[in-house]
Design a protein around this ligand. Structure first.
Ligand SMILES: [Zn+2]
Length: 478
């Protein structure tokens, strides 16, 4: 903010100040007051600015902040920040999400206090011309008790009795009155399920690299949003999430129904979601320990042993375990990360930066780009052989789709080795394949399926290209 000395500034006062503080090319808005007449007649334009004007009699923002500007969120925070002075209970603000809370020790005062605080907030809102919508405001009573006192006493905002809900979405997290994360997992899976339908319809139209990128960019973030907080969800909920990831892995790899989960994971090379959540939690703890997170989070950490006793201890740098009376609490964020941290090696814990910590403590899975293949249909057939679940009779027999694993050439087992290296039906196509591969390396079916670590990427790609051509020309798997 810059103050201008004159009450009636002229062009000569304003232009130097504008030029000093504002980059040319910027759009400047002024109102139509007399004071700014000096800026009329293309004056600002001639200095390289774009000049827009707001006529307050027509376009006045009476209260609040116009949406869509860069400064908007900051100005909004400034605008509402003093709301915290109006309440004497807990309050959390995030942008326009406001939450007040209190702990009920079983006295009538809880209801009285909440109602009084809501009354204060309502008066504040009226004074500052903000409207809190009572129909969008909910009350939630978090308790293990079946019936709570609060249920029977109405809590009011602006005369409207607030609905006592069992679930409430706050900042994208579905909070539940029994602290169950199942409603939140339901919410995630519902959203991601729609994307799964899209992936299924696209799985033969887009190549694997694109599908993989789409999964990492649009799907996995939804499966992991705020996951450090809800990682104490039930095993059943964790399994539902993992199964959803597997659905996407099937679309990306082209795996058939019936392919073993381990084979799909080996093929797609994505870490399990549960492993990634553990990694997120480790990094989160690293940030807390090193004061890289906001103080209100760092302050929750318990003391380390050496700060609370005088004598020397082997585990003197460990954090004291948080007292957790229930299993649910023990598995929740802070007790679980303290335990996880104490179990990390000293060498990992002492690193200086988050990136270094990630390198040492987080499981990294590098994608094998060879598996992305060339032509989608052929890439799928190749991948299905790697996943031991293709259209070869041996694989179909294992799925109980055909009665015999034998090959059309009458050999007893049409497996990958037979198809790629032995079956007399494909001798001509095989001759072409092997004549190229032999120039690089002695062929075997593993080389043709997985490539070889000892060969460079380009040579492996030549081999994969030849195998795809073989799949196309033999027309056995398509
Ligand atoms: Zn055969």
């Amino acid at each position: 903010m810059v103050s201008v000395p004159d009450r009636r500034p002229t062009k000569d006062t304003l232009i130097p100040i504008i030029k000093k503080y504002i980059r040319p090319g910027t759009t400047i808005y002024s109102d139509c007051w007399k004071a700014y007449d000096c800026l009329e007649s293309d004056c600002l334009e001639s200095h390289g600015y774009v000049h827009g004007k707001v006529n307050h009699s027509k376009q006045l923002v009476k209260a609040g902040i116009p949406q869509g500007s860069v400064l908007g969120p900051l100005l909004f925070l400034v605008y509402i920040n003093n709301i915290v002075n109006e309440v004497n209970c807990g309050i959390k603000l995030f942008a326009d999400d406001t939450l007040i809370y209190t702990i009920d020790y079983g006295s009538k005062n809880t209801t009285i206090s909440l109602n009084q605080n809501l009354e204060n907030i309502n008066s504040w809102a009226k004074k500052w011309l903000i409207k809190f919508n009572p129909t969008k405001t909910n009350l939630m009573t978090i308790s293990n008790l079946k019936n709570t006192r609060l249920n029977n006493n109405p809590i009011r905002l602006d005369g409207t009795v607030l609905e006592n809900v069992t679930n409430h979405t706050h900042l994208g997290l579905v909070l539940n009155n029994k602290l169950s994360w199942t409603p939140h997992i339901d919410h995630i899976l519902e959203g991601v399920g729609k994307l799964n339908d899209i992936f299924i319809s696209l799985k033969r139209k887009l190549n694997r690299s694109t599908l993989n990128t789409m999964y990492f960019s649009f799907v996995r973030p939804k499966l992991e949003y705020a996951c450090v907080v809800w990682d104490n969800c039930t095993e059943h909920d964790k399994e539902r999430l993992e199964n959803m990831q597997l659905n996407f892995a099937r679309s990306v790899t082209g795996a058939k129904r019936g392919t073993s989960h381990q084979c799909i994971y080996d093929e797609v090379q994505w870490p399990k979601l549960s492993d990634r959540r553990q990694d997120y939690k480790k990094v989160f703890m690293f940030k807390l320990v090193n004061d890289l997170a906001p103080p209100y989070l760092c302050d929750i950490l318990p003391q380390v042993f050496k700060d609370s006793v005088d004598y020397d201890l082997r585990n003197r740098d460990d954090f004291r375990y948080l007292d957790a009376k229930t299993e649910k609490h023990k598995n929740s964020l802070f007790p679980s990360i303290v335990k996880m941290w104490n179990e990390l090696s000293k060498e990992v814990k002492k690193v200086n930066t988050v990136n270094e910590f990630r390198r040492k403590a987080v499981t990294r899975a590098d994608l094998n780009h060879l598996y992305f293949g060339f032509v989608r249909q052929l890439n799928i057939a190749h991948a299905q052989m790697r996943m031991q679940c293709s259209n070869l009779n041996y694989h179909l027999f294992n799925l109980h789709v055909v009665e015999s694993p034998s090959c059309r050439c009458s050999y007893k087992c049409e497996d990958v080795n037979h198809y790629l290296l032995q079956c007399p039906l494909y001798a001509i196509e095989r001759h072409k394949l092997l004549s190229v591969v032999r120039k690089i390396c002695e062929p075997n079916f593993k080389l043709l399926l997985y490539g070889c670590d000892k060969l460079c990427y380009e040579k492996n790609r030549i081999i994969f290209k030849c195998v795809e051509t073989f799949i196309l020309e033999t027309n056995r798997l398509l």
